[in-house]
Design a protein around this ligand. Structure first.
Ligand SMILES: Nc1ncnc2c1ncn2[C@@H]1O[C@H](COP(=O)(O)OP(=O)(O)OP(=O)(O)O)[C@@H](O)[C@H]1O
Length: 283
């Protein structure tokens, strides 16, 4: 069997995309779109990550971690972004820990410390924007992009820690999602509990991309995609239970679009992380 080639899954840089500064040969840029999978007509689905946030929800085992892994794998190969990974389950994002700036497992104290650091960073970035009279961070500003990935929002907002810690976690995440886009800080958050207490509308609406895998109820599906979509026939309840990795992607106010994510097996991930480590050392 031929060996897996990360270049075949993560295509070469998009012509015209902003080049990564001093990127080693073969590196990707976070300004390049990330490959997520195929749509119902077998067309490639790519998502631009820079200046965007992504919310992923759905039942346990429906495909959230695989989708999130595709995005983190893309970002790992981009030498112009720092990865900040918070994974209450530890095992989903752990393979990427060697190339992450921060990796937090099921540790609320550390998660809060890392989020507070990101908030301080945000403040500095906005000061810079105010001083330079601009509205968003661009390459050459001296600020690296950051990708914050939180696997299982509910773990940190209702399960572990004290009520005060959970509230602080919610407040920090909301601020980072709300202000991060222009400041070059991208957030990807997933939850297997798409309910109003975990993802209130005011938080959901800050995410430009929403990806709903199979949900138990129309209201759970709407909590991810946006109110009213189920009544118009766009509901993740209709995704067959055996259709693993199939979800509805709603991008920036558009219609939900059915897609099947690409599946990276463990050995693919190991190869990607080795290559990412090499590229990052060379950058
Ligand atoms: N695109 C895909 N193609 C084929 N199989 C897939 C795909 N996505 C997911 N699966 C299968 O479904 C399993 C569960 O997927 P995944 O771990 O992403 O679910 P999850 O929604 O994150 O679950 P949990 O909430 O329990 O963490 C995977 O281990 C894999 O076997």
């Amino acid at each position: 069997m031929s060996s897996f080639n990360p270049k075949s899954v993560f295509p070469r840089r998009t012509p015209g995309a902003t080049p990564a500064l001093r990127a080693p040969k073969g590196a990707l840029s976070i300004y390049d779109p990330a490959y997520l999978g195929l749509d119902a007509r077998d067309r490639a689905v790519r998502v631009g990550l820079m200046y965007r946030n992504i919310l992923i929800g759905g039942e346990p085992g429906a495909g959230k971690s695989v989708a999130q892994g595709n995005i983190v794998a893309h970002a790992a190969l981009c030498t112009d972004v720092d990865l900040i990974l918070i994974d209450g389950k530890i095992v989903e994002l752990l393979p990427y820990a060697p190339v992450a700036k921060e990796f937090v497992g099921n540790d609320m104290t550390k998660a809060l410390r890392v989020l507070r650091g990101l908030q301080t960073d945000l403040d500095e970035r906005y000061l810079h924007l105010a001083r330079t009279g601009r509205k968003k961070i661009v390459p050459g500003d001296g600020f690296r992009a950051k990708l914050l990935c939180i696997d299982e929002l509910a773990y940190f907002t209702v399960t572990v820690g004290t009520k005060d810690q959970q509230e602080e976690f919610r407040t920090l995440v909301r601020d980072i999602v709300a202000r991060g886009r222009a400041a070059g800080i991208i957030t990807i958050a997933s939850t297997q509990r798409p309910s109003a207490d975990i993802v209130p509308t005011s938080l959901r609406d800050l995410f430009g991309y929403r990806l709903a895998f199979r949900c138990a109820t129309d209201s759970s599906s709407d909590i991810i995609l946006g109110t009213g979509w189920a009544s118009q026939g766009h509901t993740a309840v209709d995704i067959e239970p055996e259709a693993l990795g199939v979800g509805l992607l709603r991008a920036e106010g558009g219609f939900p679009r059915r897609l099947k994510t690409a599946l990276l097996e463990d050995h693919h991930v190991n190869q990607i992380v080795r290559r990412a480590a090499h590229l990052r050392r060379a950058a």
